[in-house]
Write a protein that binds this ligand. Sequence first.
Ligand code: NAP
Length: 241
Amino acid sequence: MTRRVLVTGGGTGIGRAIAHAFAAKGDQVVISGRRREPLEQAAKGTGLEIRPADVTDEAQVEALFDTPFDVVVANAGSGVAARIEDVELADWQQTLTVNMTGTFLTFRAALRAGMAPGGRLIAIASTASLQGGAHIPAYAASKHGVLGLVRSVALGVAKRQITCNAICPGFVDTEMAETAISGLMERHEMPREKALAMVVGGNPMQRLISPEEVAATAVFLASEGASSVNGHAMSVSGGEI
Ligand code: NAP
């Protein structure tokens, strides 16, 4: 059965891999994000539909759901690394707004549009939903919030045979991990290999996770076989947590 799938932040990194994985199964996939260029790059030769939107803008998010979706992946996210003493209020608010409010607006619009039984809501959360980090107080707070939202929505939609789950990846090989690596290089004046070793040090497998590994988890959570997996925080972290 062909399903309609929405992936926010679908132009890059994890979102792009998720969009490609669903498209490869024959699903009808819409990708969303603020910048048109990465969306066009991701869509090239794949049949993905592009719908630019900012997940922090209520009207833009609602407009994405003029036709209901069967699978909605709230993947758009951002974060900056800094100790709490150095976090500006604007950065704190921006992180909470994109990661937490963006997921809320996306899931709310998906349900208001009328998700059918068998529907799937999936949030790309983080291992930072399950543990803190000295350099990521805003990011970890926002991702813990995403998990609270997921667990609550899961209970609210269960009777309708819809599921809501979170995927909690460790460091994934994307632009976001690259920013963390270059941040360490700058702050500690260390070579790239050392910064990379620090970043992957938390993963017992001692490597970055691939976006495709996260995508495979999303495909599983959207499958028929995962019909009773609900309110779960699925760690994709090589055993980090
Ligand atoms: P990424 O390549 O930077 O992807 C982030 C995506 O979110 C971009 O496509 C970006 O597109 C979109 N986005 C950001 N703000 C947005 C907004 N206000 N409205 C709509 N779209 C927005 O990094 P990634 O690693 O793939 O991250 C994807 C998700 O995985 C995030 O939620 C992140 O927190 C989570 N995650 C990442 C890692 C990791 O190590 N990489 C680990 C755990 C969890 P535009 O800028 O064009 O809007």
